[in-house]
Design a protein around this ligand. Structure first.
Ligand SMILES: Cc1cc2nc3c(=O)[nH]c(=O)nc-3n(C[C@H](O)[C@H](O)[C@H](O)COP(=O)(O)O)c2cc1C
Length: 206
């Protein structure tokens, strides 16, 4: 697939087919992630991959509780809401299933330092910025393979708890969970606010 096709076809997907991604494809996707730019030249990134149901359940146990009470409110929003509200209404009830039902959960860890959690400037966040370059490469490579990804940002203590469960060292942080798999047909398409470059470019001065 051409790069521009992958960029334009990439979509966060929250419903997957019950089909396993072959390991060599998974490896190609992780290798694409490893080509991302890195702030310190060290590529201090590690990937915990979960395929076994029990391993997935252990890592996802911190998600389930937070979502269930919101479901009734979200149904209403699906009918009446703005594009952003509708996105939440589709996404929230799927936070657990979109990872549990993926072929593989990828947990991308980055080596942190004291600046990341107490930033004094944008550059303090470089380790976090770098891992997001990795994550986008993974999304695009998955798209190029005919696959798709779900993604959730851990809230509150969730990331630290997941890191503990999978045995990550204390100085490695989890920016998000990624679910990788074959997208289900007919999964709801999330309405987007569309822009083109002309609306966003400011030549010379904002
Ligand atoms: C920083 C960031 C955080 C996000 N957090 C979540 C999340 O916690 N759960 C989720 O289902 N989707 C999450 N998303 C995915 C967005 O909902 C999605 O990217 C957006 O609706 C645009 O859709 P698209 O990616 O298909 O173009 C996040 C995306 C970004 C970039």
């Amino acid at each position: 697939m051409e790069l521009y096709d992958a960029i334009y076809n990439r979509r966060i997907t929250r419903d997957f087919q019950d089909k396993t991604v072959p390991e060599e494809v998974l490896e190609r996707i992780i290798n694409a992630g490893l080509q991302a730019p890195t702030h310190d030249h060290l590529r201090n990134w590690e990937f915990v991959i979960l395929q076994d149901k029990k391993d997935k359940e252990a890592a996802l146990q911190f998600i389930k509780k937070g979502v269930e009470p919101q479901l009734e409110i979200l149904k209403q929003i699906l009918v009446e809401g703005t594009a952003q509200q509708k996105m939440y209404a589709i996404a929230m009830p799927r936070q657990y299933s979109m990872l549990m039902n993926s072929s593989h959960i990828i947990l991308p860890f980055f080596k942190s330092n004291s600046g990341v959690m107490n930033p004094t400037s944008v550059s303090s966040l470089n380790p976090l910025s770098s891992i997001w370059c990795v994550i986008e490469n993974i999304f695009l490579a998955a798209t190029a393979e005919g696959l798709a990804c779900s993604m959730r940002i851990p809230v509150g203590e969730e990331g630290l708890n997941v890191a503990k469960v999978v045995g990550a060292p204390q100085d490695y942080l989890l920016p998000c969970y990624i679910g990788l798999g074959y997208p289900a047909e007919g999964s709801p398409r999330v309405e987007q606010v569309e822009y083109n470059a002309k609306q966003k470019m400011h030549f010379g001065k904002w």
